[in-house]
Design a protein around this ligand. Structure first.
Ligand code: UD1
Length: 370
């Protein structure tokens, strides 16, 4: 069996790395039994994210091999980016003729490659299927719905995913509740994360700071929203130091609207941080404030307090049983909640079912059985 897995943007790498490892392990286990076929696993990087700090460092941290194909599509409008990926990925598929294409998450590379594969009658697997924010203003929601609609294997991370797919009429036999491959990475690298020197390097102690990430267009693309965010960060900075690794989209906009000068001294702005160091920052922070999807899950797994500045989440388990609090976009409310947390009013959470570091192995077992 030949599988091509697609990565494109930063949140994809930690989801595919455990699958690559699980396939390797499967091949090692079966190579002694002559009657069992090996799985040939190829990785295609679309180049949606191209900065070293958004891409290369993750290959190193997650011990991913150099991608077999690099499409180099870069940025552009959604239509441009999606179309460019499709044109380039089609060439790869025509040359390689894989049995299956595996896509993860909800980025433009996910739908672009999924659609291209399906039109060539190649089987499609979607890892992290079934998540829904029910907000079609989010490009990711469109990507999720469309990818799920055409997938043959839908690998689900939490039970809400099964319910969502059921209510959309997806046949049960395509849906597999396997757990979360992103959490596989976190579990696998626990020791390496504990040994990261990032805190020392930044002169920080555990629980000494608040970790912040913002990159959603709705929060950072518009001048007045971004200005309010800067004021909010300054307010948080009065409570504790703030560590803010800045995504290129946010950085470009902070520069464009000349907001740098308004950020107080308690805000430590830095470039995007690699996987291991970033997870060390998450592990030891007093609080995460974010608009990311994946970080809601990582904090829940680690039992770290998280405030999500969004009106919805496609990952409700992190709120239902995890440490995540969905606050909406009212920053006064977010400040009040942060204040409570930093004064000891913590949300106690639990680890969701099947977030046990074995999701990728389950996926490979299912794919291998066809
Ligand atoms: C994408 C995903 C989003 C995910 C996020 C994680 C979609 C629709 N969105 O959003 O779901 O949460 O990645 O980071 O796929 N840029 C650089 N260097 C890079 C990458 C991007 O400078 O390596 C710039 C681009 O030129 C563009 C901006 O950052 O101006 C946004 O990049 P893009 O890939 O379009 O979307 P993200 O906001 O990163």
């Amino acid at each position: 069996m030949k599988i091509i897995s697609v990565v494109g943007a930063r949140p994809n790498f930690m989801k595919v790395a455990p699958i690559h490892r699980a396939i390797k392990k499967y091949n090692q286990g079966t190579s002694k039994q002559q009657s069992v076929a090996l799985i040939k696993h190829l990785i295609c990087h679309t180049g949606q994210h191209y900065d070293d700090k958004m891409s290369k460092v993750f290959f190193e941290d997650l011990e991913l091999p150099r991608p077999d194909f690099y499409l180099g599509v870069g940025g552009g409008s959604h239509a441009e980016q999606t179309a460019k990926i499709m044109i380039e990925f089609e060439k790869v598929l025509l040359q390689e003729k894989p049995d299956l294409v595996l896509v993860v998450g909800d980025v433009n590379s996910t739908i672009a490659c999924g659609l291209t594969a399906k039109k060539l009658h190649i089987k499609l697997a979607h890892v992290e299927a079934g998540l829904r924010s029910f907000d079609l203003e989010m490009p990711e929601e469109i990507n999720r719905i469309l990818t799920d609609r055409i997938s043959d294997y839908l690998f689900v991370t939490e039970k809400s995913g099964i319910d969502n797919l059921n209510s959309e009429g997806v046949s049960d036999h395509k849906v597999f509740f396997v757990g979360n491959t992103m959490i596989d990475s976190l579990a696998y690298y626990e020791e390496k994360i504990a040994n990261s020197e990032i805190l020392k390097g930044m002169g920080l102690g555990a629980q000494d700071y608040v970790l912040v990430t913002f990159h959603r267009p709705s929060n950072v693309d518009d001048n007045s929203s971004l200005q309010k965010l800067v004021e909010f960060l300054n307010d948080i900075g009065k409570l504790k130091k703030v560590v803010f690794p800045v995504h290129p989209r946010t950085k470009n906009n902070i520069e464009k609207y000349k907001l740098n000068k308004f950020l107080s001294n308690s805000i430590i702005l830095c470039d995007p941080i690699g996987y291991i160091d970033f997870q060390r920052l998450v592990r030891d922070t007093a609080l995460v404030i974010t608009d990311s999807g994946g970080i809601q899950e990582e904090t829940t797994y680690l039992g770290v307090q998280c405030i999500t500045i969004r009106n919805n989440t496609e990952r409700p388990i992190t709120v239902d049983i995890g440490t995540n609090q969905l606050i909406g976009t009212n920053l006064n409310k977010a400040l009040a909640t942060a204040n409570k947390i930093l004064n000891g009013k913590l949300k106690i959470g639990a680890v969701p079912e099947k977030w046990d570091g074995r999701a990728a192995e389950r996926i490979v077992e299912i794919l291998e059985q066809g």
